[in-house]
Ligand binder design. Structure first.
Ligand SMILES: Cc1cc2nc3c(=O)[nH]c(=O)nc-3n(C[C@H](O)[C@H](O)[C@H](O)COP(=O)(O)OP(=O)(O)OC[C@H]3O[C@@H](n4cnc5c(N)ncnc54)[C@H](O)[C@@H]3O)c2cc1C
Length: 436
């Protein structure tokens, strides 16, 4: 029997989830059940895998098990950019291999399109808007990076618009940014509403259990998956636990557990909205990957996301006071007209990255499959990986499956891995400078 050694512990700081108000009581796993497939983790990967397994095999029973509430996990704590192409701007290198870059874009777009189809077919209310993302620079160095990114997009024949500081002030209400690149095809959503909607609209042959932490697994097949109040026996197990994936003992030293952090203001008052001006809904990606993501929401809240923290235990609460102070500074740099607007919520979310940038998507043991580690952009990529994994399990591979079936490289042994990741994170923060 394998005791799961890394277990999520969430707080109630996730603004996206909390502003939705009281949720119905969770259906908790109780008793001893049998299922044709069990999926652990209701993030984008697990939700997609469970849905697709059930769609392709309507006579099969599928059980999806989530440790906490659906929507209070990283999937519902993220910034809500469903992206179609690279988030992290690499001025050099992005277009070196244009054919591969085009395939990656096609992969993300397949994820965006599948989500689009589900959201509109099922009537999921999650503020789905094709606003695109604006990569914005606050410094001369950032502007250089944007120019490199524009060249990369030209090389892969992607459309975009360039904005100057005046146009950005008109859109954002702040004159913090000097120039921007608008990539028009990404979607902005309320992420907690999206994941709750995805879980609530599962095919009939899927049962979703929340507040049901998997504590032990007897790997078979058949496998027995245990929680505090129940168990499921199944010949087929999908692990989609991402930032907590290492806890299942199968990915030792190949995932890098990171936390990234978000904060959300209270709603601006009518006077504050009038003083700010600009659009009611936008998403800003920083010119430097270690910079600050910003969302303004139709409910007049502003969201700040920055910093990556290495956390061996994937703790989403440790160090949150310092993170909140850093977020306040980033907020006031951008919105100096609001010295008294406070954050109502601050939270962390656990991710898994790999050293060579490759995710996990495929068979990992007899009767065990896994999908995780999408390098921090899992809304589109996690969704499509989960879908392709399910198709692969049932012998129906998509031609793009090869793009997600990666092999994460081994990490340096600890403590060198932790030191390396921390140093890298500090160095990148320092490089981001004003973009943070
Ligand atoms: C602040 C923040 C901002 C982000 N912004 C974006 C963005 O704008 N766009 C984007 O694409 N991505 C973004 N991301 C990344 C995105 O959230 C992840 O890539 C995505 O959630 C990964 O999906 P997943 O299904 O692999 O993992 P998760 O969403 O983490 O889901 C894994 C699930 O497994 C569950 N689990 C783990 N262990 C157990 C267990 N023992 N028993 C039961 N359940 C278990 C967890 O509770 C969790 O729900 C952001 C992340 C954060 C934290």
């Amino acid at each position: 029997m394998t005791a799961v050694s890394l277990r999520p512990e969430y707080d109630r700081g996730n603004g996206w989830f909390e502003i939705l108000g009281t949720q119905p009581e969770p259906v908790v796993l109780t008793g001893d059940l049998d299922a044709d497939h069990v999926v652990i983790g209701a993030g984008y990967g697990g939700l997609a895998a469970a849905r697709r397994l059930a769609e392709l095999d309507p006579s099969a029973s599928v059980i999806l098990i989530e440790a906490d509430r659906v929507g209070n996990n990283a999937a519902g704590r993220c910034s809500g950019f469903i992206i179609d192409h690279a988030h992290n701007i690499r001025a050099k290198g992005f277009a070196d291999d244009t054919e591969n870059a085009k395939r990656q874009i096609a992969l993300n777009r397949a994820g965006v399109d599948w989500l689009d189809e589900i959201v509109h077919r099922e009537g999921i209310e999650c503020d789905w808007r094709r606003e695109g993302k604006i990569h914005a620079a606050a410094s001369a160095k950032g502007e250089e990076t944007l120019a490199g990114f524009a060249e990369s997009l030209d090389a892969v024949e992607e459309d975009y618009l360039m904005y100057d500081g005046v146009e950005l002030k008109r859109r954002f209400g702040t004159d913090f940014y000097r120039s921007g690149l608008h990539a028009p095809h990404s979607i902005l959503v309320q992420p907690a509403e999206l994941v709750i909607g995805l879980a609530n609209s599962m095919p009939e042959n899927v049962q979703v259990f929340e507040s049901s932490m998997v504590t032990d697994v007897d790997f078979g097949p058949p496998h027995t998956i245990r929680t505090a109040s129940g168990s499921v026996r199944s010949p087929s197990l999908v692990i989609a636990a991402n930032g907590f994936g290492e806890g299942f003992g199968l990915f030792k030293n190949s995932l890098i557990p990171l936390i990234t952090w978000g904060s959300m203001t209270r709603p601006l008052s009518d006077d504050e909205v009038a003083a700010l001006g600009g659009q009611e809904n936008y998403g800003i990606i920083p010119a430097h990957p270690a910079g600050t993501t910003v969302r303004r929401r139709p409910d007049n809240r502003i969201l700040i996301r920055n910093q990556y923290t290495f956390s061996r235990r994937s703790s989403v609460t440790k160090g949150i006071a310092a993170v909140k102070r850093a977020h306040e500074k980033s907020f006031r740099n951008r919105y100096p007209m609001f010295p008294n607007v406070e954050f109502e919520y601050s939270w962390g979310g656990a991710l898994a990255l790999s050293r060579n940038g490759e995710g996990v998507c495929g068979k990992v043991a007899d009767g065990v499959w896994a999908t995780m580690a999408y390098q921090g952009t899992g809304m589109a990529k996690g969704t499509i990986s989960g879908k392709y994994l399910a198709e692969h399990m049932l012998g129906d591979d998509d031609p793009l499956m090869g793009l997600v079936a990666g092999a994460p490289s081994r990490n340096f042994p600890d403590p060198f891995n932790g030191w390396g990741v921390r140093m890298n994170s500090r160095w990148r923060r320092w490089q981001a400078g004003l973009e943070e």
